[in-house]
Ligand binder design. Structure first.
Ligand SMILES: [Zn+2]
Length: 288
């Protein structure tokens, strides 16, 4: 995090209600103001998280997405709108963000993230990478980068009527690969690449709130809760079965130890929390 600045009178007024909370001080607000966050993807999950970051008043937001706004995005990607169809998601976000909170510095880039561009696009001094990409193979790339650069990494997303989120920072916590291990097999990835997956707008608000709350806890304490949150609005077996396909053996194992059975045995509504541990055999963070 960079040098703490002062709050302007206008900022003090804007954030008056949150500064009035018992557990939120001006020092906390300044920590937030010195925070530089990079968000991968400017879609539905990012809409919810970015919205919270803008409202709370982070210092700088860098957001990256290669796509343009399409009509089928608008059931959930609320930072875009019908007037922005065909516009790059990066440009659409710039317009939304400036209107919502002009105190936040915004950099939005239309870039396709691959092995080369990730290093050129993500500044090493970023305090946190938030990965909302919808393909595990893309997330795998971001995870490798975050582990290598030792940057805290928040992974969050929505599947159908469910959401999940975890704030990771190897070597203090496991990495994404310890938890979601099966996307590496090319035949497995290929079979899902072209499918259209259902996404409901409803879990987005909960996902955005719990994700950013993890960030706030880290900001205030400097430590990681090392937990994985999974929420489901309805007990829909199909949603859980799909999510289970991607989980690593290690993650399924630690879930079982904590009384959670993924797959056809699932019978839970609401939010579950799992304590995380590293997979000692992980080929991304295991050797550290
Ligand atoms: Zn790992």
């Amino acid at each position: 995090m960079g040098q703490e600045k002062l709050l302007s009178p206008e900022e003090k007024e804007r954030y008056l209600r949150q500064l009035s909370m018992a557990d939120w001080s001006e020092e906390d607000q300044l920590k937030l103001k010195s925070l530089r966050v990079t968000v991968m993807g400017i879609g539905g999950a990012a809409s919810s998280i970015i919205n919270n970051l803008l409202l709370l008043g982070i210092g700088e937001l860098v957001a990256i997405d290669q796509d343009r706004v399409e009509l089928s995005n608008l059931n959930r990607q609320f930072i875009h709108n019908a007037g922005h169809l065909g516009m790059s998601k990066a440009e659409s976000l710039m317009i939304y963000a400036r209107r919502l909170n002009p105190h936040v510095k915004i950099v939005a880039k239309q870039v396709k993230i691959d092995e080369t561009t990730i290093g050129e696009t993500v500044a090493p001094e970023t305090d946190l990478i938030i990965d909302t990409f919808d393909k595990w193979v893309s997330r795998s790339r971001v995870n490798r980068f975050a582990v290598k650069q030792k940057i805290p990494y928040l992974m969050a997303g929505v599947v159908s009527n469910c959401f999940y989120t975890a704030l990771l920072h190897s070597p203090h916590t496991p990495c994404l690969n310890c938890l979601v291990g099966r996307f590496q097999s090319p035949s497995f990835v290929g079979s899902f690449q072209s499918a259209i997956f259902g996404i409901n707008a409803l879990p987005l608000a909960a996902m955005g709130a719990f994700s950013v709350a993890e960030l706030i806890k880290y900001l205030k304490t400097g430590t990681f809760t090392n937990q994985f949150l999974f929420g489901s609005l309805y007990n829909t077996q199909q949603d859980i079965r799909f999510f289970t396909l991607f989980l690593s053996k290690h993650f399924i194992g630690i879930s079982k130890e904590q009384g959670i059975e993924w797959g056809p045995f699932w019978n839970s509504e609401g939010i579950i929390k799992l304590k995380l541990s590293k997979d000692p055999t992980c080929r991304i963070c295991g050797s550290e």
